[in-house]
Ligand binder design. Structure first.
Ligand SMILES: [Zn+2]
Length: 151
């Protein structure tokens, strides 16, 4: 798609270096401090989270890798706080039952990529879905029951 309006040069474009503050233009510094991120609606505070900080106006900017690390750290803390399975525990449970990610996703009626995200730490299961995973680990016959439900 071409939009003729975007082909026109804009007058007086602003050029900023990558480490310039988007608010005031001062040079930002790499720093670490506690940052908050909502996980399943709950604010999780992650200590020592790296980011760019503006010494002049206090603006905080997350680089892409900062944002990914912050999210993964917040998810790990959330899982610990709520005693949810860690990603590697979900994978071990799935391997124990000889299920692929797709097969377990079908049994639990999840999207195709959901288990991949849980196991890698890019996303986290809800507390109620975690209960189902615990049933699958701790209650004999659960796998057979789930299989009958989708048959
Ligand atoms: Zn600034």
């Amino acid at each position: 798609m071409t939009d003729k309006r975007t082909d026109k040069p804009k007058p007086n474009p602003v050029v900023l270096p990558d480490d310039a503050c988007p608010t005031c233009g001062a040079t930002m510094r790499v720093q670490k401090s506690t940052l908050g991120l909502p996980i399943n609606g709950e604010e999780i505070l992650v200590p020592d989270a790296p980011h760019l900080g503006c010494p002049t106006c206090g603006e905080v900017v997350l680089r892409l890798e900062d944002a990914q690390r912050l999210r993964e750290a917040a998810i790990a803390q959330y899982r610990t706080a709520h005693r949810l399975f860690a990603g590697h525990e979900i994978r071990a449970l799935r391997d124990h039952h000889g299920l692929t990610q797709g097969e377990l996703a079908q049994l639990l009626r999840l999207g195709a990529n959901t288990l991949s995200r849980w196991e890698s730490g890019r996303n986290v299961q809800s507390a109620s879905m975690d209960v189902l995973l615990h049933l699958l680990r701790d209650v004999p016959g659960t796998l057979e029951y789930l299989r009958r439900q989708v048959a």
